[in-house]
Design a protein around this ligand. Structure first.
Ligand SMILES: *[C@@H]1O[C@H](CO)[C@@H](O)[C@H](O)[C@H]1NC(C)=O
Ligand SMILES: *[C@@H]1O[C@H](CO)[C@@H](O)[C@H](O)[C@H]1NC(C)=O
Ligand SMILES: *[C@@H]1O[C@H](CO)[C@@H](O)[C@H](O)[C@H]1NC(C)=O
Length: 292
């Protein structure tokens, strides 16, 4: 009887096992999109944490539209960052994961819809105004006197639509003007039908996992439920995602994902808006488990 250890088969087996061991330990690359008025540097800490916990993860933390340029129209940003994402998709045909914080999460969502041929597996939306924004706190930096009640006069105009915030400003008291002027949110929410409606739904429905993270102490995203597709209806009473039209009619696939158990929602209290990407306990608990 020959000793199996001496056969070429034995060496092949060892190589096979080693290759698989390395394979098993590799993670899908992660594309990261920062929030408004900041840049990729604000997402360095979270990037490092991911790489520390999941060694070997390739991270693409977009440097585009940092600082003031983050206020440029949403569609411009979607187009440009979307092209980058598609190039990364092509380089990693087995799939990638996507994480967007604040405005970056809404940009990320729209990129998935605008480029439905993407190969994103899991998309994590970290406190992003997915259903729009009706709060001026973070705008006081450059519009000190802006108040919610009259902001629509600025945002629902041709000029106002040249800003990212105007593109997702959602005033429950001026919905007619919202539909008349807004060039972005009604379209990506499929509230406004277009030739792109089918693609916009496909781009989200094909995800393996959609994770929506937000919480009641956010202080900037208003209402905070917008981070989970909830929003005001008629007045300032919040309607949860599952009771809203966008979900009930399955306009963008949220219901499909939910029924297939591919939609995970996390409500985390005690986190102010500027901490979501800086609190590493939170990253460990709610983000890392989804990054495979
Ligand atoms: C459909 O999508 C294309 C590509 O983004 C865009 O150029 C076009 O304006 C969109 N059409 C409508 C009606 O939204
Ligand atoms: C908002 O509107 C709903 C439905 O019309 C009504 O039930 C609710 O009482 C209103 N809330 C406020 C604060 O006006
Ligand atoms: C970080 O997040 C954890 C988990 O939600 C929370 O318990 C903790 O209080 C947060 N820490 C800070 C400093 O906000």
């Amino acid at each position: 009887m020959t000793d199996i250890k001496c056969t070429p088969f034995y060496y092949l087996l060892i190589i096979f096992l080693l290759v698989n061991l390395i394979k098993c330990k590799s993670y899908y690359p992660v594309v990261i999109i920062h929030g408004v008025l900041t840049g990729s540097d604000s997402m360095e800490q979270i990037s490092s944490r991911i790489q520390e916990a999941h060694p070997g993860t390739q991270i693409f933390n977009t440097p585009r539209y940092a600082g003031w340029s983050s206020l440029e129209p949403m569609w411009h940003q979607v187009e440009e960052i979307g092209e980058d994402l598609m190039a990364i998709s092509a380089a990693f045909p087995e799939g990638i994961n996507l994480l967007g914080y604040s405005q970056g999460g809404l940009l990320a969502r729209a990129i998935l819809q605008r480029f439905p041929q993407h190969n994103v597996r899991t998309f994590i939306s970290l406190s992003s105004p997915q259903a729009g924004q009706y709060g001026t706190k973070f705008l006081h930096l450059f519009f000190p006197d802006l108040v919610c009640e009259t902001a629509y006069e600025l945002f629902y105009s041709k000029v106002g639509q040249h800003t990212s915030v105007g593109n997702y400003w959602n005033d429950p008291y001026h919905q007619e003007l919202y539909f008349k002027y807004s060039k972005f949110l009604p379209f990506v929410n499929n509230e406004e039908q277009s030739v792109n409606t089918t693609d916009y739904k496909l781009g989200l429905t094909k995800l393996k996992k959609l994770v929506l993270i937000g919480g009641p102490d956010d202080g900037v995203i208003t209402p905070w439920q917008s981070s989970q597709f909830g929003f005001y209806q008629f007045n300032e009473t919040v309607v949860e995602m599952r009771d809203r039209e966008i979900y009930r009619t399955d306009a963008i696939g949220l219901k499909t994902l939910d029924k297939a158990k591919k939609l995970n929602i996390h409500t985390v209290p005690g986190i102010p808006h500027d901490q979501w990407h800086k609190n590493m306990t939170l990253v460990d608990l709610y983000i890392l488990p989804y990054l495979d």
